[in-house]
Ligand binder design. Structure first.
Ligand code: C5J
Length: 223
């Protein structure tokens, strides 16, 4: 429908029009969610992230049923790592660096098993998939142009990890004029306190970065 919808959200109502809103699913890749990938190589307990998969599946199904646009992102690099700044590759002291061969193939490299979106949340044919070399999905990608071509002004965001790629993307989007809402039960962090802090800082000061809500609110709005 072209008519306006509104969602019970924090810090106040989030108005949106389905035809101008995309559901953005960020980096739900094996490299972050499964043992042996990038997240695990940095010493994280990756099992925390899997807990959101059922809520994300339900949200995706409802959004598709309503006829909304779904956009997926993947954090990946070219096989020759020409789009991976040395500073990113050299940062920290991981067990495996970006481009190294691990149990899920080369870490964060396009086309490798680890770079795939998990089967439960796989893109449908025709849904845009943005490969991004950075944490924010607008940096060095065609995301903004693609959204503009489709008349999208509002982004409802889910995915991992809350304070890294999700928050970076929401801040980039906010600066570009998009109204963004984060689905709290459809995002997760390796650090629970960072998820909580991110939600608070996004919606503070009158939604200075955006809105937050649980997916149940959006499901009832779409029903
Ligand atoms: C990270 C991401 N955490 N997708 N990437 O390095 O959040």
């Amino acid at each position: 429908p072209l008519s306006g919808l509104s969602l019970l959200a924090q810090p106040f109502i989030y108005p949106f029009v389905l035809a101008h809103t995309a559901l953005l699913s960020i980096d739900m890749q094996r490299d972050f969610i499964e043992p042996g990938g990038f997240g695990a190589s940095l010493g994280n307990d990756v099992s925390r992230l899997r807990s959101i998969v059922p809520a994300c599946q339900t949200m995706l199904a409802a959004w598709r049923r309503a006829g909304g646009l779904v956009v997926h992102t993947r954090e990946t690099h070219r096989a020759d790592l020409s789009d991976c700044p040395p500073a990113k590759r050299l940062r920290g002291n991981p067990a495996l660096r970006i481009g190294d061969v691990g149990p899920l193939g080369r870490i964060l490299v396009a086309g490798e098993p680890g770079s795939q979106i998990i089967a439960e949340l796989a893109p449908w044919p025709g849904e845009p998939v943005i490969d991004k070399p950075g944490k924010g999905a607008f940096h060095a990608t065609g995301l903004q142009q693609m959204l503009e071509q489709r008349g999208i002004s509002h982004l409802i965001v889910m995915g991992v990890t809350t304070e890294v790629c999700v928050q970076s993307t929401m801040r980039e989007a906010n600066d570009r004029g998009y109204d963004c809402l984060l689905l709290l039960d459809c995002t997760e962090s390796y650090f629970p306190q960072f998820k909580t802090a991110t939600a608070e800082m996004i919606q503070a000061q009158g939604a200075i970065v955006g809105w937050t809500a649980n997916s149940t609110q959006l499901l009832s709005t779409l029903a």
